[in-house]
Design a protein around this ligand. Structure first.
Ligand code: PMP
Length: 405
């Protein structure tokens, strides 16, 4: 059962007014709001349970360790990973991609080797690979997309060579909304024994993901875009790879024996979790994922698809709006420009109306370069948004058009 009124009551932040107007929150691609359940779990932890994990024999520390490992199990279950050891807590999608680029690069990439990404990547899936390429004198190659915002994946066959070491692709574009055919990409890469990393930062909260069925080798995401807290995320990897990768950071907890002569490392997943981790964040993250599960990802996908099609129809009816990203397989992200209006001007008017949209390059400057624009307005919708809110945005667009054109 999908009961929007009940769901909205779980998000106190949505009840407020901004500039005297009811808040309309359409910036869910940047970060989602947090349900009461997540805030309560975190608060409870600080008030009653706080203690550092893995290091103490005392009651609170053992309890904290159990909760942390339970959170790992919740993530394992959420993405259907084979084993908890394959789920590593990081600071977020960016942290996970940097970990992979460093550790995978150390082990598998040498001069002249190639890494393949797509033209629609978030900077988090471009820059760590560029840093690796400049360290190792390797080459970054790019799968282009066409003007509807679909990847030209047939080009992958030409891009893959015997020097290709890894393909790392965005599952759902944070700008275009395109849901990429990652199954096909994985199949093509695996045919040549090349591992694939999926950036699921914009898909994990919108659709069911089963890493075993998908057969991806690595997958990354952040909790804060999935109704959980900031500063925590996941790096999933197949055990066969994780065993081979060297640690990314050194410190407490990731070690087995330390002496000044030599150090041996802890088993998975702890080998990749140096120092005091964000264990309270992990518990909050698990709570966010459980919240998603309580609504049901299929219900979420259905509701968000309805909102997306409704918004697209309304935009078309207004006219004078260019939508960037018109793939037939698209999630609830609408990036657009109003003809003749700078996105920042529009964003400021929307703000005065209480509408939170994002303006700018959305950490994806190559997409802006593709379309020859400086920036875009992005409305990214969540299941807790309403058609009335979309109507209100449309009235805002009419107002912007009257003011600036
Ligand atoms: N990848 C994609 C597709 C994203 O949308 C984002 C966040 N905008 C990231 C990676 C990076 O996520 P974070 O900033 O939480 O590390």
């Amino acid at each position: 059962m999908f009961d929007l009124d009940t769901i909205r009551k779980d998000f106190p932040v949505l009840q407020q007014k901004v500039h005297g107007k009811p808040l309309v929150y359409f910036d869910n691609g940047a970060t989602t709001q947090k349900p009461r359940q997540v805030a309560q779990a975190i608060n409870d932890y600080y008030e009653k349970k706080n203690s550092s994990i893995h290091r103490g024999v005392h009651f609170l520390s053992s309890q904290a360790t159990i909760e942390y490992e339970n959170a790992r199990e919740t993530v394992r279950n959420y993405i259907s990973a084979r084993d908890k050891a394959e789920v590593i807590f990081t600071s977020g999608a960016t942290g996970s991609l940097n970990l992979l680029a460093f550790s995978f690069g150390e082990k598998f990439v040498k001069e002249g080797d190639e890494i393949i990404v797509t033209e629609m990547e978030h900077h988090a899936n471009i820059v760590p690979w560029q840093l690796l390429c400049s360290r190792k004198k390797a080459i970054l190659k790019v799968i282009p997309f066409n003007d509807t915002g679909d990847l030209e994946i047939e080009k992958l066959d030409e891009l893959i060579t015997e020097k290709t070491r890894l393909v790392s692709v965005i599952h759902t574009s944070n700008v275009l909304g395109t849901i990429n055919p990652v199954e096909k990409i994985i199949e093509k890469a695996h045919n040549k024994n090349i591992p694939v990393c999926i950036d699921a930062a914009q898909s994990i909260q919108h659709m069911p993901i089963d890493v075993q069925k998908l057969d991806c080798d690595f997958l990354v995401f952040s909790a804060h875009k999935a109704y959980g807290p900031t500063g925590i995320g996941v790096f999933y990897g197949k055990e066969e790879y994780l065993k081979q990768l060297p640690p990314y950071q050194g410190g407490g907890d990731m070690v087995d024996k330390v002496s000044f002569e030599t150090t041996t490392f802890n088993q998975l997943p702890f080998k990749f979790e140096a120092g005091t981790t964000n264990y309270i964040g992990a518990v909050g993250m698990a709570e966010g994922l459980k919240y998603i599960q309580s609504i049901g990802l299929n219900n979420i996908a259905k509701q968000e698809y309805e909102l997306l099609t409704y918004a697209k129809r309304k935009f078309e009816a207004i006219g004078g709006i260019t939508i960037y990203g018109n793939s037939a397989t698209k999630t609830s992200i609408l990036s657009f420009l109003i003809d003749g209006v700078h996105p920042l001007d529009a964003g400021m008017v929307f703000d005065k109306l209480g509408i939170a949209v994002r303006t700018g390059t959305h950490c994806a400057q190559p997409i802006m370069q593709h379309f020859g624009v400086d920036g875009m307005i992005r409305a990214s919708l969540s299941f807790y948004n309403t058609k009335e809110e979309i109507d209100y945005l449309c009235r805002g667009i009419e107002q912007v058009k009257m003011m600036f054109t």
